[in-house]
Ligand binder design. Structure first.
Ligand code: NAD
Length: 256
């Protein structure tokens, strides 16, 4: 379905971004990965699915590096057809204790990077009259949890940016939508499970149950594979008129 399309997924060396990259690769898209850590294994995994794959190590908190990444994709594949703004970090602390440098980093990586990548991808998408911008927001784009001020503010911002981007392009073939996962067991969440286990003297299993039980009625994690399938739907012709939604995959979290 996505042959000859190029997808750039930010923060795709692990977790949700890698899950979405694999799902788009299975549909035949060329894949550009981004993110830190082990960059070789994810490239091999994507190549094994038969997709063309490239990697750019832009730090998504730095606009100049985002510009360099977009130029790299244009040079290598022509343009970005599918932009998945996924890179994100978390920090947990009460407002009065929240380190200002963590606030700035979360705003830059979780919110501003989506603006920069979108503004740079849109001209070529509009010229082609086809494009998909998928912003990985969160249930925290819709509701709040204590001790996550920067994350919740950034993710609410991402949902707002999604709506504006969708509206500005509503008469074109370029759509913009957000995905709002509940808990997904990735390194980002494993850290929170470990912190809970440590703080409350619980086993990993008990801490996991506690974490899910506080928020997610299904008592199950959403998986990167499920989120990948939703991204594929947003890229399909059936989603041509799905514009500006913030779509939960949250086990009932925000239905409460
Ligand atoms: P993760 O830690 O597994 O992956 C984050 C990715 O972002 C990694 O590839 C990492 O290298 C990359 N990254 C971090 N800082 C970066 C930077 N400055 N520049 C470039 N890349 C950077 O986390 P995840 O859980 O897969 O999170 C992915 C997205 O999903 C985030 O936006 C997160 O807020 C969102 N999300 C996660 C959950 C969850 O429960 N895990 C729930 C809702 C939303």
């Amino acid at each position: 379905m996505l042959a000859n399309k190029t997808a750039l997924i930010t923060g795709s060396t692990s977790g949700i971004g890698l899950g979405i990259a694999k799902a788009l690769a299975r549909q035949g898209a060329n894949i550009v990965l981004n993110g830190f850590g082990d960059t070789e294994t994810p490239q091999k995994e994507i190549a094994a699915l038969g997709a063309q794959v490239a990697y750019h190590g832009a730090d998504m908190s730095k606009p100049a590096e985002i510009e360099a990444m977009m130029a790299f994709v244009a040079e290598r594949f022509g343009r970005v057809d599918i932009l998945v703004n996924n890179a994100g970090i978390q920090h947990v602390a009460r407002v009065e204790n929240f380190p200002t440098e963590k606030w700035d980093a979360i705003m830059a990586i979780n919110l501003s990077s989506a603006f920069h990548a979108s503004r740079l991808a849109l001209p070529a998408m509009l010229k082609a009259n086809w494009g998909r911008i998928i912003n990985v927001a969160s249930v925290h784009g819709l509701v709040a949890s204590a001790e996550k001020s920067a994350y919740v503010a950034a993710k609410h911002g991402v949902v707002g940016l999604t709506k504006v981007t969708a509206l500005e392009n509503a008469t074109t073939g370029v759509t913009c939508n957000a995905i709002c996962p509940g808990w997904v067991l990735t390194p980002l969440v494993q850290k929170q499970v470990d912190a809970k286990a440590e703080a409350l003297g619980l086993s990993g299993e008990e801490a996991t149950k506690r974490l899910l039980g506080e928020k997610e009625p299904s008592m199950q994690f959403t998986t990167p594979e499920e989120l990948g399938a939703l991204a594929v739907f947003f890229c399909s012709p059936a989603a041509n008129n799905v514009r500006g939604v913030a779509w939960n995959m949250d086990g009932g979290w925000t239905a409460q």
